[in-house]
Write a protein that binds this ligand. Structure first.
Ligand SMILES: *Cc1c(COP(=O)(O)O)cnc(C)c1O
Length: 375
């Protein structure tokens, strides 16, 4: 039998393959949690908080229910209030901006750099007013934001920085891991993230003991001991099953990240010669962790359709930059306000990339893309 290349289906991601690669460990961790009924808090949650703090760098890790809550909890404990302004990049997942509104503040969008797709420091100062209290840079797609210049501007203006690291576990800027620059950094372990649970999960890391304690309290009904509600909080906990799964997966993260980088390099080798396509690049001194491999082309929708016809699943992250979403229509933003975010929304296409992806699958994606541009 000869292999029928045209019948190869390339999924955008394949979580089941990852599960199969570590099935005995995962199954044992899940059974153990069930056998011991350690569903809320418990040894797995404590162990994960310790291991994750060690993996990223800051001393403290506060786990919570998801990456969105993580941003909200951090902002609440930094004292964000009505009438405050918080600056976020114009291209991100909605969590980055909706939490600003949930915390009671006003969101201010800043355009992105057209090469790194992260908050553009050159446009940051123009966004600062006397009402600004903080900045939330996002390490989009796994590429670190320019934390050198962002921290410099934040310090000069006495603003806090919360790093949104939801897509950037183990990413580095100038040799330091993302998550070590701001006063706090938030992570998501949504199943499809570089480190994913089997449900929702999130965490915040911080160098500040006081902030960590405040955030842990807030996430657990305002008190760390039963019946002891020092403040009003919310219920946002990492559950024992998810922690047990994350404890199995965390030791694999470095290898999985290296695999993503290998795939990204192969993509670029095979696609860089196409004039009508722009491959993503990595800034000098940056470690890109390739949550997404996002190419750009003028006929993005045509390419996506063509790839779908060739059984290649792609994704648009995101079809509308934040300022152009219906929920922000009240702000009256126009494309020319955020030209780089607007171009990315129209030209960006994320190709399949996941650690278990095979060379045959990557070849099929690249051959299909070449066919599109040759036609
Ligand atoms: C996924 C994501 C989040 C939110 O994480 P959840 O765990 O899904 O709540 C926040 N910010 C960015 C940039 C993300 O990609």
């Amino acid at each position: 039998m000869t292999a029928k290349k045209t019948h190869l289906r390339v999924p955008f991601a394949d979580l089941h393959r990852q599960y199969l690669s570590i099935k005995p460990e995962i199954d044992a961790a899940i059974s153990k949690t069930i056998e011991t009924s350690a569903f809320i808090r418990g040894p797995e949650v404590d162990a994960f908080e310790n291991a994750f703090a060690k993996a990223i760098g800051p001393d403290h890790c506060v786990s919570c229910a998801n990456g969105t809550d993580a941003i909200y909890i951090a902002m609440k404990m930094l004292g964000v209030r009505p009438n405050d302004q918080v600056i976020v990049p114009a291209m991100s997942w909605i969590s980055t901006s909706e939490t600003v509104s949930q915390a009671g503040a006003d969101v201010v969008f800043c355009d992105i750099d057209p090469v790194t797709n992260t908050l553009d420091p050159a446009k940051l100062e123009a966004c600062i007013t006397e009402r600004t209290v903080g900045i939330i840079p996002v390490h989009l797609y796994g590429h670190p934001a320019d934390m050198g210049r962002i921290i410099e501007i934040a310090d000069k203006n006495s603003l806090w920085v919360i790093e949104d690291c939801a897509q950037a576990h183990l990413s580095e800027f100038k040799g330091s891991k993302v998550g070590t620059f701001g006063i706090a950094a938030t992570f998501s372990f949504y199943p499809g993230k570089n480190l994913g649970a089997m449900g929702d999960a999130g965490a915040i890391v911080t160098k500040s003991r006081d902030l960590a304690e405040g955030m842990a309290k807030f996430a657990r009904h305002g008190g760390l001991r039963k019946g002891d509600h020092e403040i009003e909080g919310i219920n946002s906990r990492l559950d024992g099953l998810q922690a047990a799964i994350l404890n199995v997966k965390l030791p694999h993260l470095e290898d999985w990240t290296a695999k993503r980088a290998e795939l990204a390099e192969k993509y670029t080798q095979k696609l860089a010669h196409l004039d009508a396509l722009t491959c993503p690049t990595t800034a000098e001194d940056a470690r890109h962790v390739w949550h997404l491999y996002v190419v750009r082309t003028k006929d993005r929708d045509g390419l996506a359709e063509h790839l779908k016809a060739h059984n290649v699943q792609t994704s648009i992250n995101y079809p509308k930059a934040l300022p152009f979403l219906p929920c922000y229509a009240r702000l009256g933003h126009r494309p020319e306000d955020f030209p780089n975010a607007y171009a990315l929304q129209n030209e960006g296409l994320a190709l399949p990339i996941f650690p278990e992806m095979t060379d045959a699958e990557l070849d099929h994606v690249c051959t299909s893309i070449e066919k599109f541009f040759r036609a």
